[in-house]
Ligand binder design. Structure first.
Ligand SMILES: [Zn+2]
Length: 247
């Protein structure tokens, strides 16, 4: 069940049975020569919708722009600064708390969001802890789950792609979008086949170190068939984890 396709009466009825909502969160940033700029939002969104269908959970509209300042050296990338993203998450969660939601299952598609999302959770808990009457908010629980860390997914990526999986514009995430959006498959030469790895700082530094945008990956190995396997593996792991969280 998706919030954007529901009426307020349906949400009221949902809240009689469950206080948990799935919040997909991603990023809008370059993903190398054959990866879609929406990859990090499309992956958790498609998994969240499937997870919602399996479990009956309500799925909030995707927060599709994340913390991606280091990708601004590439055309099309968009970022929120960390403080803005914290404010977006706080306002979203606080709005939903007002209606009675208590558990927030953030399904994430972008490693660069992790620190900021956890900072936002700390702000939300501080708000509960420092309230004059904490009783109303004491049940609030937020959880961040990276889809690529769902049970069995990293082992499957390793089996499918070995060291070519990499850490940005990975074979796995490109495969997942190829499975879900087969009409948007792109192909490109990868030179060198496996991209360099290493640390980075701001956008100019990132562009210098990783000229085509990839880190450590060779996403020319991506395929919709691999994406289907990864999607099913991730969904099974997420279902188990979501049920435990919402119980
Ligand atoms: Zn990504």
């Amino acid at each position: 069940m998706e919030l954007r396709f529901s009426t307020w009466q349906e949400v009221d009825a949902y809240l009689q049975d469950s206080k948990t909502i799935i919040q997909p969160i991603g990023s809008t940033e370059q993903h190398g020569p054959n990866g879609l700029i929406g990859t990090d939002a499309l992956c958790p969104e498609s998994l969240a919708v499937a997870l919602g269908e399996k479990t009956g959970a309500l799925v909030a509209p995707t927060i599709a722009v994340g913390m991606a300042q280091h990708h601004l050296g590439f055309a099309g990338s968009v970022t929120l600064r960390p403080s803005t993203l914290i404010a977006v998450i706080q306002d979203t969660v606080n709005s939903l708390i007002r209606h009675g939601f208590e558990r927030f299952y953030f399904l994430n598609g972008h490693g660069g969001n992790v620190a900021t999302v956890n900072a936002a959770f700390a702000e939300i808990y501080a708000q509960s802890s420092m309230a004059m009457t904490a009783a109303d908010r004491s049940q609030v629980r937020c959880k961040l789950v990276n889809w690529w860390q769902a049970e069995g997914v990293m082992a499957l990526s390793e089996e499918l792609f070995g060291e070519a999986e990499g850490s940005h514009a990975t074979c796995g995430e490109v495969s997942l979008t190829q499975y879900v959006y087969p009409h948007s498959i792109k192909s490109a030469e990868m030179d060198p086949p496996i991209a360099p790895t290493g640390p980075f700082y701001d956008a100019a530094d990132y562009r210098r170190r990783f000229p085509d945008g990839r880190i450590g990956s060779n996403p020319s190995l991506a395929s919709p068939e691999a994406g289907e396997k990864l999607f099913k593996k991730a969904l099974a792991g997420l279902e188990k984890d979501y049920r435990a969280f919402s119980a």
